[in-house]
Design a protein around this ligand. Structure first.
Ligand SMILES: Nc1ncnc2c1ncn2[C@@H]1O[C@H](COP(=O)(O)OP(=O)(O)OP(=O)(O)O)[C@@H](O)[C@H]1O
Ligand SMILES: [Mg+2]
Length: 256
């Protein structure tokens, strides 16, 4: 992607075309929608069956909101999150980020938005097994060509906060599942994303570590970071503005 394309795509998300080292801190206070989904449908076609997972999802999130999506296993939460994170496509409907129609983005534009604007915590972590904890956390900053010093400082801050400093030189397979989950969360946050998408971010953590993660996500509110959490953990509701349920292929209702 050339620099013109870069500016063109991201100015709409940031409200300003200037390059930013920290996107989240530069969002103007506005109540407009940052995520707008309408009549979204998604079908998985396997050779033996057609599975209609999303059957007309209408869903919006305003800038700076923290929202949760709950719903039964298999209801399509990860599918929806992957689409919102530009990792998967949908069949029909519309999906806008700020006022950018995501169906008009090419692969490289999507990659650039993912790298600079979106932090994604995968349900299965997706850590790179051949990199150490520190290298995993520094990777997104590396891809953004941040200085070594910037990378170290930010990684140290998150490693300390999430209780991972002494594991910095270990590889993912040498960590407990809960430790891997915390590394995945730290990696999602290093580039100060404007939108944070978390798929069961506390699913493998004890109460104390879950609380550290939720406290950290809550602190991002003051930077107007938009956060979407898929979770079964009722403690999440303490930090959310709205809670939704995905069931029978639709966002059915708001719980509060
Ligand atoms: N690549 C795929 N090919 C075919 N079917 C798929 C694929 N990915 C997901 N599915 C199916 O789509 C449905 C929704 O899956 P999804 O992972 O979105 O559910 P979920 O709500 O995140 O569940 P959980 O709470 O268990 O994580 C499931 O029935 C699943 O089997
Ligand atoms: Mg899931």
């Amino acid at each position: 992607m050339n620099s013109t394309e870069h500016v063109e795509n991201h100015s709409k998300i940031e409200d300003s075309p200037e390059p930013k080292h920290d996107g989240a801190r530069n969002i103007k206070k506005k109540s407009e929608n940052i995520i707008t989904i309408s009549e979204m449908e998604k079908t998985y076609q396997t050779y033996s069956e057609t599975l209609n997972v999303l059957k007309g999802v209408d869903f919006t999130i305003k800038r700076g909101e923290v929202v949760s999506i709950m719903g039964p296993s298999g209801s399509g939460k990860s599918t929806l999150l992957n689409i919102i994170g530009l990792l998967d496509t949908y069949d029909t409907g519309k999906y806008l980020i700020a006022d950018i129609d995501t169906s008009n983005l090419n692969r490289r534009q999507k990659q650039q938005i993912r790298l600079t604007k979106i932090g994604f915590v995968f349900q299965t972590f997706n850590l790179i097994q051949t990199l150490t904890v520190r290298q995993n956390i520094e990777l997104p900053m590396n891809l953004m060509k941040k200085t070594q010093e910037e990378q170290h400082t930010k990684a140290d801050q998150l490693l300390t906060e999430f209780g991972l400093l002494e594991k910095a030189k270990k590889f993912p397979y040498q960590l407990s599942i809960g430790e891997q989950q915390r590394v995945a969360i730290a990696r999602a946050l290093v580039n100060d994303p404007v939108i944070v998408l978390c798929d069961e971010p506390t699913g493998n953590l004890d109460e104390a570590n879950a609380q550290i993660i939720l406290d950290h996500l809550q602190k991002l509110k003051k930077f107007e970071t938009t956060i979407l959490i898929v979770s079964h953990n009722p403690a999440v509701k303490a930090i959310t503005d709205h809670d939704y349920v995905l069931t029978q292929g639709k966002i059915q209702k708001e719980l509060k």
